[in-house]
Design a protein around this ligand. Structure first.
Ligand code: C2O
Ligand code: CU
Length: 620
């Protein structure tokens, strides 16, 4: 047997496994990179091939020189990776732009770093000439368990990467189609209401926030039905942003969805939104770029469209229920104990908006259960749309999912105050208790009531039935089922994820619902998850048809979000009368970002915008 130093090395099985794991991840990432930029893709293939060659050599021809080369080579790979994540590389889809760290590159780098440690140990301590089988197995076992696991995660992630440029409705050559950017408000001489909203970092109650015009919630925009509303968004944030007009059927280009109806407005940039406020009611506006993070930071506000020709209510208050910036604590219009003025006999309209947006992993999502104590009240409108002949309620709790609104109308009693209670913050952990908020209207005592024992308002039989073209329709042009599921394991956006899905698929890869202008569309929404989901549509209004197969019997109900509880199914219908590419998503922001987000695509409409890493547009 050759006793020279060079051949004393035993095969390095552990290092081989670690290196093969990294190679597998590089091969898996190559197709995506090839499509981005040919040279970059080739780099990954060469790297994978070099690592396979090294892995083979470590078994068949281990030597001190090989270990030294392996160490230097692998350190160089880690160095290049570090460079790509900090300064960027000259050979890359966008030269010298640092890339984001995703699970696959983390996994590959970790495998390489451990391999380097193995190489070092081998160089430092000469392994014994002969190693017993047991010893070989014991030293290889950790790598044999760890390397395949990391490779599985890394390869899975690399094969389902964060999309670089995902288009929800691409232009098809040879087809006549209209771009979403041409879907704007028609000219006209409606009275003009102009606002400027400057989005900028600020501090609110000692917390850092992102806000419109320095306040959280942002300024209330009040207009009259029929006004032409013009809003100039100026972005002074360190990130790109946008504004969506929640519940208002704006022309598609004004919908504010980054990556679908516009590019997110870059820092320093501006965008002018313009639409006609046709429908009176309570609405709100919020960022629709990186929504999951930007709304909780404070980028939201209310928008009220007052009805034409009616005498205004004596007291008309908008109450935004929201979490304080970067906090789980609840507030109404920024305060935990809001006091509002009203005199005995005044008619009061409270426009409640649920804008609770912090993380909530609990079973109710962000559902609020506000209830008014001290006076009977009617639910005059839901999601801004009047109900037909609403009757006064004793105290009943009004379920409101995130994004939903309810207008409560009551008369101030001859003595005592009226109080809105049942508003609670987020409890991020099972053991933490949520904060509460209340709103007191008028002065004096309020009767004591045990809120949790009060009945819950049911919109399926409230008010008086009336004709409604969608509710009364006997046939629909398009019928689609949407099954909601939570906790679905899958690889998504470059990593292993527990996704929230529509029909088993997660955004952005959910098949769109295709409609034609004028179609009557029916959605059958079934919740098979353990959480409540407010399913929100852009650009259209749902007519509620059935709950759990039973047709609603009271007033027609028109909503832009339907609250679907665990195990429930709801049918809703709408008229496809507003051409464009429109989002349909759960309004619990972590659910939308977690996969529950899709689009309704009109025939003959395309978008030039893409979401993903290339444009930086992240609609959820
Ligand atoms: Cu209130 Cu898609 O949003
Ligand atoms: Cu949800």
């Amino acid at each position: 047997m050759n006793q020279s130093g060079e051949s004393r090395y035993a095969p390095g099985y552990a290092a081989t496994l670690l290196t093969l794991g990294a190679a597998a991840i590089h091969f898996a990432a190559a197709p995506e990179h090839l499509s981005e930029y040919l040279l970059y893709g080739i780099l990954f293939i060469l790297l994978g091939a070099a690592q396979v060659a090294l892995a083979v050599a470590l078994v068949v021809a281990p030597s001190r020189r090989l270990y030294r080369g392996a160490l230097i080579g692998t350190l160089a790979v880690i160095g290049i990776w570090l460079m790509s994540r900090t300064t960027g590389l000259p050979i890359a889809p966008i030269p010298w732009r640092p890339e984001a760290i995703a699970f696959p590159d983390f996994a590959a780098t970790l495998l390489e770093a451990i391999a380097c440690l193995v190489f070092l140990v081998r160089l430092w301590r000469r392994p014994p000439r002969r190693r017993g089988r047991v010893r070989v197995v014991l030293t290889t076992l950790p790598a044999a368990l760890f390397a395949p696991l990391m490779a599985f995660g890394g390869v899975g992630g690399a094969l389902s990467p964060m999309p670089a440029a995902y288009n929800t409705a691409p232009f098809v050559a040879g087809q006549t189609s209209t771009s979403v950017v041409d879907l704007v408000a028609p000219d006209g001489n409606q009275p003009l209401k102009e606002f400027t909203l400057t989005a900028a970092p600020t501090t609110v109650g000692g917390h850092s926030a992102w806000a419109y015009n320095g306040t959280v919630p942002g300024p209330e925009l009040r207009v009259r039905q029929g006004d032409r509303v013009k809003v100039i968004l100026i972005n002074h944030l360190p990130a790109a942003t946008s504004i969506h007009w929640h519940g208002i059927n704006v022309p598609n280009e004004m919908d504010g969805v980054a990556g679908i109806t516009q590019d997110a407005v870059a820092p320093g940039g501006l965008f002018v939104y313009e639409f006609i406020a046709n429908e009176p009611g309570t609405y709100w506006y919020h960022s629709h770029q990186d929504t999951m993070n930007q709304v909780p930071r404070g980028l939201f506000g209310s928008l009220v469209v007052e009805p034409n020709g009616s005498t205004p209510t004596v007291r008309d208050y908008t109450l935004m229920i929201h979490t304080l910036p970067n906090s789980d604590a609840v507030a109404v219009n920024g305060s935990a104990n809001l006091h509002l003025e009203a005199n005995p006999g005044d008619t009061v309209r409270l426009r409640l908006i649920d804008a609770i947006s912090a993380m909530d992993f609990g079973p109710t999502g962000t559902v609020q259960m506000p209830v008014l104590i001290g006076a009977p009240y009617t639910v005059a409108a839901l999601d801004g749309h009047d109900l037909n002949q609403p009757q006064p309620l004793g105290p009943e709790r009004i379920p409101l999912g995130m994004g939903q609104r309810a207008d409560l109308v009551f008369t101030m009693p001859s003595a005592g105050a009226v109080r809105l209670v049942g508003i609670r913050g987020i409890s991020p952990f099972p053991w933490s208790s949520p904060t509460n908020a209340s709103v007191t209207i008028g002065k004096g005592p309020v009767p004591a009531v045990s809120v949790s024992s009060l009945p819950t308002f049911d919109l399926t039989h409230y008010g008086v039935a009336a004709t409604d073209p969608v509710l009364d329709a006997t046939r629909f042009d398009v019928t689609r089922q949407i099954v909601l599921s939570g906790g679905v394991p899958m690889f998504r956006n470059g990593t292993f994820d527990v996704a929230d899905t529509f029909n088993g698929q997660a955004s952005p890869l959910i098949q769109p619902i295709n409609v034609r202008l004028g179609d009557l569309v029916r959605l059958h929404i079934v919740n098979r998850s353990r959480t409540t989901h407010p399913i929100h549509i852009h650009g259209h209004i749902f007519s509620v048809l059935t709950k759990n197969g039973r047709k609603i019997t009271g007033s027609p109900v028109h909503l832009d979000a339907i609250l679907v509880g665990p195990g429930d199914s709801w049918d809703v219908g709408f008229v496809a009368d507003n051409p464009g590419i429109w989002m349909l998503h759960c309004h619990v922001l972590i659910h939308a970002a977690g996969g529950m987000s899709m689009t309704i695509n009109y025939d003959g409409i395309y978008t030039p915008f893409t979401m993903g890493t290339a444009s930086g547009n992240i609609p959820e």
